[in-house]
Ligand binder design. Structure first.
Ligand code: F6P
Length: 320
């Protein structure tokens, strides 16, 4: 291959820039030119691309967001949109593509690979950590650390004013961010989509704790399980204790990537490029027990991710 493309697609996540850097520098070292498509698949459809040299990716390893922008492209999920995208790739003599994104981006890549026999390698990047077959996706570790930092700060007010805090975190249908940050943050409960929660039980344990002199609680709620506001109102109604709500929102997606995410980005970007230049197609890279793996797109997106849910929930209960 002489010319390849790279794009970021879907929600941004910390580590995307570090992955772009890794892709560009790996390819350039092999004498291959890299073109960045702007705004994900939209850039491929519109022919919006620019060459990325070694210099273009200097000083970005520590930056959140993505220097080539991202988008959730509806047009790529239509046949005419994909036809137009293929035309752009042919016109620009792009022989393979690296897609840095989440499950939606991989589904699009899978369809495109099969339709046009065009080589695409995916790099899993989403704070949700919901891609099956990889222990971690880019940005999830940074997001958990952002939440942890917020929980540590919230704890100051929770203990000083003797309050119950309900903290809502992102993750779509996946409870990863909530589970990790609740256990790491020493919180009393994690409400996640993978398990039914019992508001009665939660309130009973609050009342019992309160009778024994416990004065504050931090309850982490994954957005896919419930709304923090509803949980807080219910707790207040049933216990008569003061509650406050914090919805962390998009701060979880931005900021400097953690060291773990930067290293993951370096490894994912390098491996994905090696696979693409080795003429592999329709695979997503992943990591399992510190070993890099290549997964079929379908396998990475079709099933529900297995989390260490019950042992985490048990530990949260034992340690609070
Ligand atoms: O998939 C990443 C994610 O941040 C989810 O956790 C969240 O539900 C969603 O994207 C938010 O999307 P938007 O940025 O479009 O509001």
């Amino acid at each position: 291959m002489r010319r390849i493309g790279v794009l970021t697609s879907g929600g941004d996540s910390s580590g995307m820039n570090a992955a772009i850097r890794s892709v560009v520098r790996t390819a350039v070292a092999r004498g291959v030119r890299v073109y960045g498509f702007l705004r994900g698949y939209e850039g491929v459809i519109e022919g919006n691309l620019k060459e990325l040299t070694r210099r273009d990716v200097s000083g970005i390893i520590n930056l959140g967001g993505t220097i080539i922008k991202t988008a959730r492209s509806k047009r790529f999920f239509s046949k005419p949109g994909r036809k137009q995208a293929y035309r752009t790739l042919k016109d620009n003599k792009i022989e393979g593509l690296i897609v840095i994104g989440g499950d939606g981006s991989f589904r699009g890549a899978d369809i495109f690979c099969r339709e046009f026999k065009f080589p695409i390698i995916g790099v899993p990047a989403t704070i949700d950590n919901d891609i099956v077959g990889t222990d971690l996706t880019l940005g999830a570790d940074t997001a958990v650390n952002v939440v942890l930092d917020a929980i540590d700060k919230i704890r100051d007010t929770a203990t000083s004013l003797e309050r119950i805090f309900v903290v809502e975190v992102m993750g779509r249908g996946c409870g990863y961010i909530a589970l990790e940050s609740a256990l790491g943050g020493g919180c009393e409960e994690a409400i996640i989509p993978e398990r039914k929660y019992n508001i009665n039980k939660i309130c009973t344990s609050i009342v019992e704790g309160n009778l024994k002199g416990k004065i504050s609680w931090i309850i982490v709620v994954a957005e896919g399980a419930a709304k923090a506001q509803d949980i807080a109102e219910e707790i207040k109604k049933r216990t008569s204790l003061e509650t406050r709500v914090t919805v962390l929102g998009h701060i979880q997606r931005g900021g400097r990537p953690s060291c773990r995410d930067r290293i993951l980005a370096a490894r994912f970007g390098n491996y994905a490029t090696e696979l693409l230049l080795g003429r592999k197609k329709a695979k997503a890279v992943g990591i399992q027990a510190d070993k890099l793996v290549a997964l079929k797109f379908k396998k990475a997106t079709d099933n529900k991710k297995w989390l260490n849910t019950d042992s985490y929930l048990r530990l949260i209960k034992i340690l609070t």
